[in-house]
Design a binder for this molecule. Structure first.
Ligand code: XIL
Length: 384
């Protein structure tokens, strides 16, 4: 029992109360959000209305571990804007209430994405109407949640180097209709609709030491630089960080350099969708969990060295509910073990690794000097 608790109990003059307070204190050992916050970070998870509203045990655990919630699908176009003149805020509103009631912050995910578009967008929008459609959506959705959202993923996954655009931009419907300016337009509209939210560009494939992801990192940096140069209201980069337990090829130096560049543009960084797929890992739970945990640790221990990183969000909390069961199923069809908690909501080695990283001091005592930008970005020309 802590001193404060003991004093409070004596003051109230009741041993029964003291016991209750003690039991409460003991019943709630520190969780990921507590360890993260001691390091000045926010920790949370994606969560779906369909799960948090139905599974009380899961919702209770979610509240214990998380200080921020990202609606996994409920704010995406096809859910929130199913018809041209119809918005459906019911599930998003439920999640916001849930978050507020339990003192979690909420992220907004996502205002502009090529995926999860309702059919009507591709069927009815054209280059004449695209700008008005996009503005209306952003005004309405970000406006609806104005002042309530910690950070919006304004634009999601705008880079696809294989599309061979000189800047590595993905040929999304919005790009085809509006050209590259759709990105800046989206940030400006979001800033108007919710001046208090942090506005993020969010993308995947920025983590590993290989040629492909190197090109993606360069393309993202180029994009961020251009946006900042134009005075676009953008405040951060979201690293989705969908990692793989079978791939441990990180290069801490390169990753740190990349993040240092992002930070030098006066941008915050957040890990927004972290998970570690367990395809191609052995079935044995201990071996598998260890490997997955190692990847959580390797990645976070490098990323969290960058002082501009403000938080970590995993794409799900428990193996009970994860998109990887469908997106990256195991070859042996056995349940995946990819998140901090197992299906029974018990902490796994991945949870312990995250705690370890949150507790550790940075290994980097002085920040490395930035390599001249021209050298770092040299391979950008190879994209085209
Ligand atoms: C995924 C959800 O987890 C799934 O439930 C859904 O079927 C597809 O989308 N990058 C993103 C997220 O930005 O929105 C995606 O979420 C995962 C990849």
């Amino acid at each position: 029992m802590s001193k404060i608790t003991r004093r409070k109990a004596i003051y109230l003059g009741s041993t029964a109360l003291a016991a209750t307070v003690a039991a409460k204190t003991l019943a709630q050992p520190p969780t990921l959000k507590d360890y993260a916050s001691k390091k000045g970070l926010i920790y949370g998870s994606a969560g779906a209305y369909s799960k948090l509203s139905q599974d009380q045990e899961f919702a209770d655990r979610f509240i214990q571990e998380c200080a921020i919630l990202t609606p996994e699908n409920d704010l995406k176009w096809k859910h929130i804007h199913p018809q041209p003149n119809q918005y459906n805020f019911s599930r998003g509103d439920w999640l916001l209430k849930f978050a507020q009631h339990h003192r979690l912050k909420m992220r907004g995910h996502t205002l502009v994405w090529h995926s999860a578009l309702p059919n009507w967008v591709k069927e009815t929008v054209n280059s004449q109407t695209a700008e008005a459609t996009l503005r209306d959506h952003i005004n309405t959705v970000a406006g609806h949640y104005r002042g309530k959202i910690h950070s919006w993923d304004v634009v999601n996954e705008a880079i696809l180097v294989e599309n061979e655009h000189p800047l590595g931009l993905r040929k999304t419907p919005w790009f085809e209709w509006l050209g590259e300016d759709y990105i800046e337009l989206a940030f400006r509209a979001a800033a108007e609709a919710d001046p208090n939210a942090l506005l993020f560009y969010n993308d995947y494939g920025l983590d590993y030491d290989n040629n492909y992801e190197e090109k993606r990192r360069n393309a993202v940096l180029k994009l961020l630089e251009r946006l900042k140069a134009k005075g676009t209201p953008i405040h951060g980069l979201g690293l989705q960080a969908h990692l793989s337990g079978a791939n441990t090829r990180f290069n801490a130096e390169k990753l740190r350099q990349f993040l240092a560049y992002v930070a030098s543009l006066d941008l915050k960084i957040m890990v927004t969708e972290l998970d570690v797929a367990d395809q191609r890992l052995p079935y044995d739970h201990l071996e598998r969990d260890q490997r997955v945990a190692d990847v959580y640790e390797m990645y976070l221990s490098t990323v969290l060295d960058e002082p501009n990183v403000i938080g970590v969000v995993t794409w799900g909390l428990s193996d009970r509910y994860t998109w990887l069961s469908g997106f990256r199923p195991r070859e042996d069809k056995k349940p995946v073990r990819v998140l901090p908690l197992d299906q029974e909501l018990k902490p796994k080695l991945a949870w312990e690794s995250m705690v370890k990283v949150f507790q550790s001091d940075s290994f980097v005592l002085t920040k490395p000097p930035l390599i001249p930008r021209s050298r770092f970005l040299s391979s950008i020309s190879e994209i085209a």
